[in-house]
Design a protein around this ligand. Sequence first.
Ligand code: DLL
Length: 439
Amino acid sequence: MGKYFNPEIETMPLEQIKELQSERLREQVKFVYENVPFYKEKMDEKGLTPDDIKTVDDLSKLPFITKDDLRDQYPYGFLATDIKDCVRIQSTSGTTGRRVVSFYTQGDIDIWDTCCARALAAAGATKEDVVHVAYGYGLFTGGAGLHGGSHLLGSLTLPMSSGNTDRQIQFMTDLGSTVLCCTPSYAAYLAESIAERGVKDQIKLKAGIFGAESWTEEMRKNIESSLGIKAYDIYGLTEIAGPGVAYECEAQKGMHINEDHFIAEIINPVTGEVLPEGEKGELVFTCITKKAFPLLRYRTRDICVLSRKECSCGRTHIRMSKPLGRSDDMMVVKGVNVFPSQIETVLIANGYEANYQLTVDRVHNSDTISCDVEWLPYNAPNDTKDKAEREKVLVSKLKSMLGIVVKVNLVEPKTIPRSEGKAVRIIDKRNLFEENTLK
Ligand code: DLL
């Protein structure tokens, strides 16, 4: 098997993709209208019937679905099939409110597995590979998704789940793992642990498939060089399927969206207006093949750019940029929009690693932001003069990137908690304060 899992679909000419999408969209809108009362009501309010949706160009007539709608309809409101036809649920972590529960028929699982198999194939995996799945298993979609894709591809699958780093490294060396699947922050931690144990020469990894959280190009370079692999991005969300909604190819220039299953749009997050290709905005997905939980025009809150420019890999499916941030991850500090990824870029460009923690607070009605970042082991943690000097340099670099002062504290190596799943980068004490006063 080559670098494609479904070559005829992954390289389908654009006209054919549009035709396929239009045909599937027509059927899906009818199906959702007849089976999800909440959505029927929304369409009725707009005076729309399924017959008004003839091609993908009519998509923008349909109403959006937001995360709040999912929370209000929890748990069964968006279920479009009989529960007896479902074989699985997965769920979000629910850190910012009620969990979202997503349902799957066997057909939905098959679609999801196919998407993940395409991602693995694009990263060079074949049935000869040993796929080490260190995403969490359980309600989180990471473990189940890559596991299903790896089975479909016929690779030997190691269902490691996250955590227990000693055991991860032991299996990696004993069973010769060749493709590592986990969050980029956990990959960085594994790389650090492998170096500390002095076992890098026993590791056979050649590729990594890292996603579920944002990571910068600088972090990619660090992981690639420390593990000696090529690192591929993968994107997805529980509401739409899980990992594999989009994946990177060898060109590493954005992630191809599985357009035979999902239609992507970019909208202005304030007005809801659809933006032309190449403009930055909120990513919106419509599921055109899934049956149990088929969301139409779901607002992801991820800020991205789409591109149809030709890709050197030969795939024709549209590419999305790495999410530049989440509309709800963006911090407004002193009126300035700040994304953790901007801070990470500065830290790594100045020789630090992505072990940092941001704290935003409000003191005397004014916002403050501070960044704890670790000294690297080869720096001298006790050299206070050098410390102050280094902090000053970072403050000034961050100021020129963001336009505001970020207080920098260099802390001792290994004092910032390592993440085995998604890293928690921001402590926003202002939100905590607001939430507490509402109670
Ligand atoms: O994180 C699914 C996933 C698992 C993707 C494993 C990739 C690998 P949720 O927990 O529902 O699902 O979180 C979805 O995570 O809306 C993005 O904000 C963020 N996210 C996912 N992939 C990426 C990525 C999984 N490659 C939310 N880069 C999404 C940046 C990502 N952010």
